[in-house]
Design a protein around this ligand. Structure first.
Ligand code: PEP
Ligand code: MN
Length: 363
């Protein structure tokens, strides 16, 4: 149930409404916007049927929410959610400024992470990514450096000021990863690991939730609801391509998911063009499409030497290609009514990879 309050409602009136709802056994969630305040009510809505809420001072309207996700739904929030990450000015996700998260698929060592972080920061990235615990399809593939990688991420954050995003795969690691990372990534393969979702819902760290390989948009939103229902409201959704019959790309980027999600939820929506395309030459065109379609940001894999990468080298950009991408993103961001991160490189010539990708697919 959504209670929209009248403009200029007093604190006492608001408290009174909340008390009334809570005495009837429901929980309340208040979202204050610039012009109006919304009280979301979670629980058995039938108990509110005879509560005459409309007669209470400060109540403008009362509307049932029929969707299975409530806290994540647009109706529950007065404004789109804007997350401030870490303590770095400008590291926001949501809002007008495009968020750009960049870095290697996996943290492979100290030197490579320092170098990648410096280079992506110089090009305008606002957050650093790097896997410590990796969900690999084969148990014999490189699984990440684990706790050692978390220490390296912390070191590089201190050196560059970039907040760090890293994946947590297991409920037993949540505390450890949360102690080192600014954002907890839930990978596509764990999007419906409900105990993991609940566990990250109990820590105060923003969560980057990636869409499952075969998950519908509704399932993604319900996964976000699992996190939010535990108290952590700071969730970012990530479209990273879904599995379809198409084999020309690693996954099929569902561009339509961006406007659909933006209409359904107040949470920020970002796109991972690297895991969607699976090839470096596809990253720029998919990133352009994502930003043009209204994405709040991007997460991009960048490696100092992709051919030597221990995971996802094929889809990793070199630092130079990433810098070129940042230059070329600007007109797309501006066309979508967004600003580039402060410090992002100025506009450059059309990026060769956008055209190269076309040739490669046609060949
Ligand atoms: C990753 O970000 O490196 C990753 C494993 O992504 P996904 O969970 O989307 O496959
Ligand atoms: Mn990867």
């Amino acid at each position: 149930m959504i209670i929209v309050t009248t403009p200029g409602i007093s604190d006492a009136e608001l408290d009174h409404i909340r008390e009334r709802v809570e005495t009837l056994g429901l929980r309340t969630h208040v979202s204050r916007g610039e012009r109006r305040t919304i009280v979301g009510c979670i629980g058995d809505e039938r108990r509110l049927e005879d509560a005459a809420l409309l007669s209470m001072p400060g109540v403008e309207s009362v509307t049932p929410v029929l969707k299975p996700y409530k806290l994540a739904s647009r109706e529950f929030a007065a404004e789109p959610t804007v997350l401030r990450i870490g303590d770095r000015a400008g590291a926001t996700i949501g809002g007008r400024q495009l968020a750009v998260i960049a870095g290697p698929c996996s943290v492979e060592g100290r030197e490579m992470l320092h170098r990648t972080a410096r280079e992506v920061r110089a090009a305008g990235a606002t957050l650093l990514r790097g896997g410590a615990f990796k969900p690999r399809s084969s148990p014999y593939a490189f699984q990440g450096l684990g706790a050692e990688a978390l220490d390296i991420l912390g070191e590089v954050r201190a050196a560059t000021g970039l907040p760090v995003v890293t994946e947590v795969m297991d409920t037993r690691q949540v505390e450890l990863v949360a102690a080192h990372a600014d954002v907890l990534q839930i990978g596509a393969r764990n999007m419906q690991n409900f105990s993991l979702l609940a566990e990250v819902g109990r820590v105060q760290r923003p969560v980057l939730l990636k869409r499952g390989l075969s998950a519908t948009i509704k399932e993604l939103l319900m996964a976000a609801e699992y996190v939010m229902a535990e108290g952590n409201r700071d969730v970012v959704l990530c479209e990273r391509g879904i599995r379809t019959y198409e084999t020309a790309t690693r996954n099929t980027l569902d561009v339509a998911a961006i406007p659909v999600l933006k209409a359904e939820t107040h949470l920020p929506v970002i796109v991972d063009p690297s895991h969607a395309g699976g090839r470096a030459s596809l990253v720029a065109p998919l990133a352009f499409a994502a930003v043009a379609a209204g994405a709040d940001g991007l997460i991009v894999e960048v490696h100092p030497c992709p051919e030597e990468a221990l995971s996802d080298g094929d889809q990793s950009l070199t630092p130079d290609a990433f810098a070129a991408l940042m230059r070329q993103l600007r007109p797309f961001a501006e066309a979508a009514g967004r600003t580039m991160p402060e410090g992002a490189l100025p506009r450059g010539e059309p990026h060769e990879s956008a055209h190269a990708a076309g040739r490669e697919v046609a060949a």
